[in-house]
Design a protein around this ligand. Sequence first.
Ligand SMILES: Nc1ncnc2c1ncn2[C@@H]1O[C@H](COP(=O)(O)OP(=O)(O)OP(=O)(O)O)[C@@H](O)[C@H]1O
Length: 396
Amino acid sequence: MKRVVVGLSGGVDSSVAAYLLQQQGYEVIGLFMKNWHDDSVTISNECPWLEDSNDAMLVAEKLGIPFQVVDLSKEYQDRIVDYMFKEYELGRTPNPDVLCNREIKFDVFMKIALSLGADYVATGHYCRRGITQDTNGNEVYQLKAGVDNNKDQSYFLCQLSQEQLSKALFPIGELTKPEVREIAKELDLVTADKKDSQGLCFIGKVRLPEFLQQKLQPKEGVIVQVPNTFDGYTRKIPVFENKLEELAFHSQKYTYSVANGKIVGKHQGAHYFTKGQRKGLAVGGTQEPLFVIETDVNENVIYAGEGKNHPGLYRKVLFVSNEELHWIREDLALEIGDSMEVLARIRYRQPLEKATLYQVPNGMYVEFENPQSAIQEGQFVAWHLEDELLGSGVIA
Ligand SMILES: Nc1ncnc2c1ncn2[C@@H]1O[C@H](COP(=O)(O)OP(=O)(O)OP(=O)(O)O)[C@@H](O)[C@H]1O
């Protein structure tokens, strides 16, 4: 009998995942990881991890499977929290959820599971694992979208390796959320009606501004409103000698200076803000709301534009350096000079967009057919062929 350790979060998805594995004949062990426990920054006054671990325990009891709590808060601090602070300090927008899967659930957590004699680690993610063959006839694992289009969570797993996927199971990937809830109701699990955790293992439980203020000191600076007539598209576009020159040009971040607009307000630290952000600017008097179009953490200036169509928010091309480039399907990785038509997204739940990948010596360009809103440095771009996620990279 194969043994599976399932990550029981105290939510409905992993509860049903555990049940389905049992039905499939696996020996199932439930493991709850404590990874975040600073009460001072949680949304409610309760201690959510305690409540969640209790729900996870009740589910395990109901299913009659062994259950254990593991404390991974130190590893979480080292690998996720510290990285968050570092990235925000640099004016970038990290993605802790993608990292949590690569560094915690399918690394530290997986190692614990293997030490318990497990053959696999399972989670309640809405995605599927496939197996195919590369051109040499070797088996390769595929990461596929969940059947429920609305809930597809493959994006969060976009950094997994072949090694990690070889030991991963996603039992609810073939189901829709309503079907999962239905199963939980039929089984009378305490988690059946529990609210979704927004698919976020980190931010969902803390208030980001308060969290960042723990480490990043407030620093007063100005907010500059950039008129809607100033942006990259009104820059003089040169005549390009070749495609690579064009890609390099369009992948550049727009650069603004205080002289490009007028000072309309103050902020408490550019490192607390991210591109595309609307909340927290506290500037009135404009017809449409202001959006952050750029932050300059060195000068501590926030550049804002009026309305979500402000052209400064849009760009067609982004770059991923070779060090930040990850192919799940290593066998399909591009050679220098190659290109590939794909579907791509730059954030969770964004509809997939047509794009072309171009591999160059130091990295890869992703050129979207349509300009993308708020391309955030530090976030992940993930690319797909049909329902398979082939690879991902950190936006430079
Ligand atoms: N604290 C935890 N301990 C163990 N496993 C966890 C924990 N948090 C998340 N997981 C695993 O990762 C999966 C995805 O987590 P996420 O936070 O995105 O929750 P979710 O999609 O709402 O799922 P669920 O309904 O199971 O909480 C979970 O289904 C679970 O298997």
